[in-house]
Design a protein around this ligand. Structure first.
Ligand code: HEM
Length: 320
């Protein structure tokens, strides 16, 4: 027997709500219902665009491990996208409070932890000989050029906290363009031999600089740190939020960076000598957190903790 909807109140209510929704947009619900009658049911693979997703890996060489390298970078970019999604929701939330902010921070921590823990896929999951060969085919590309990574940094904190250490905590009032020019990573990408900007940096600047400027303008007052500082006193004293923000700073700016640094050591360090990286930075000096000292939420750390940024991890490696 066919199911009857004539006395199903839920369906009547839903049709009523739909007709109001469509009428409000000047649309005729009846036409859309006819469209529904014609439409196919969408399967899983179409819903998540599986075929497009699986067609996005194009190794440049025949070394099989290059697929792992490309797929893991794509996986990382997807998680960075989710982090940005959370930052955006917090930034534009009306009547933001500590509980809401805390929930976003907890989610972001989950994503960053997932990235830091899975980095073994890079560190241990590829043959070094293959890596050293296929990397030559991707010059001058480098994860350094991950714009989403930079957007995450700029969405988490004030640009002043992302300047090269030599320019940080100075009294001089700098314009936005001057601040952008002094970002730590721009200063880090100086060719080790010529002392000039690397091609990797020049490409990155030409393609993304306008977007970085726009992003900072948008998030100047609504980055996560600023949102926290602007909470009412009780919100700023919320211990769970403070703990989770500290965890986030550590997860991203120590744990992820060190996991990543470990991969560079594994593949690019050869008997007391460093192999040049694809992005051309002096990576042994540039990548370690204790030199970069990128700290997103500085007021949540003691002077000693800031001084010893990244040191705990090194000790844990020595005395596991
Ligand atoms: C075997 C794997 C990897 C190695 C050996 C490696 C190596 C490097 C090196 C040497 C740099 C310094 C810039 C340069 O001169 O090229 C760098 C920067 C960077 N890489 Fe990787 N990388 C690896 C995987 C990844 C992955 C999977 C991501 C994820 C998106 C990534 C993201 C980044 C980012 C964001 C930077 C800039 C870091 C900063 O400015 O502090 N890398 N990488």
């Amino acid at each position: 027997m066919k199911p009857s909807i004539s006395d199903n109140k839920n369906i009547h209510d839903l049709l009523e709500q739909l007709s109001v929704k469509y009428a409000n947009s000047g649309q005729d619900l009846e036409h859309y219902l006819k469209g529904l009658l014609e439409a196919n049911f969408e399967p899983y693979w179409d819903y998540i665009n599986l075929e497009s997703l699986l067609a996005l890996q194009h190794p440049k060489t025949d070394h099989p491990d290059e697929l792992i390298f490309i797929a893991y970078h794509q996986y990382s970019e997807l998680f960075l996208k989710l982090i940005l999604h959370e930052l955006k929701q917090a930034a534009f939330k009306i009547n933001l409070d500590a509980a809401y902010l805390n929930e976003r921070v907890v989610r972001i921590n989950r994503y960053v932890e997932s990235l830091a823990h899975s980095f073994d896929i890079m560190i241990d999951g590829m043959e070094r000989e293959q890596f050293l060969k296929f990397r030559m085919a991707l010059l001058p590309a480098s994860g350094f050029q991950s714009a989403q990574y930079r957007f995450v940094e700029l969405g988490l904190t004030n640009i002043e906290n992302l300047l090269h250490v030599d320019h940080r905590n100075k009294d001089a009032k700098l314009s936005l363009l001057e601040l952008l020019d002094k970002l730590y990573w721009r200063q880090g990408a100086i060719d080790t031999k010529s002392g000039e900007k690397t091609l990797t940096l020049k490409q990155f600047e030409a393609y993304y600089d306008i977007r970085f400027e726009r992003f900072v303008t948008k998030y100047r007052k609504t980055n996560l740190y600023q949102l926290f500082l602007n909470l009412k006193e009780a919100g700023k004293a919320n211990q769970s939020l403070i703990d989770n923000m500290r965890l986030l700073d550590y997860n991203l700016n120590v744990n992820w960076r060190l996991a990543h640094f470990k991969s560079a050591i594994k593949y690019l360090k050869q008997k007391n000598q460093a192999v040049a990286a694809t992005g051309g930075t002096n990576w042994t000096e540039y990548l370690p957190p204790r030199f970069q000292k990128v700290i997103a939420f500085p007021s949540l750390w003691t002077d000693q903790e800031k001084e010893e940024w990244g040191k705990k991890w090194v000790l844990e490696q020595i005395n596991p």
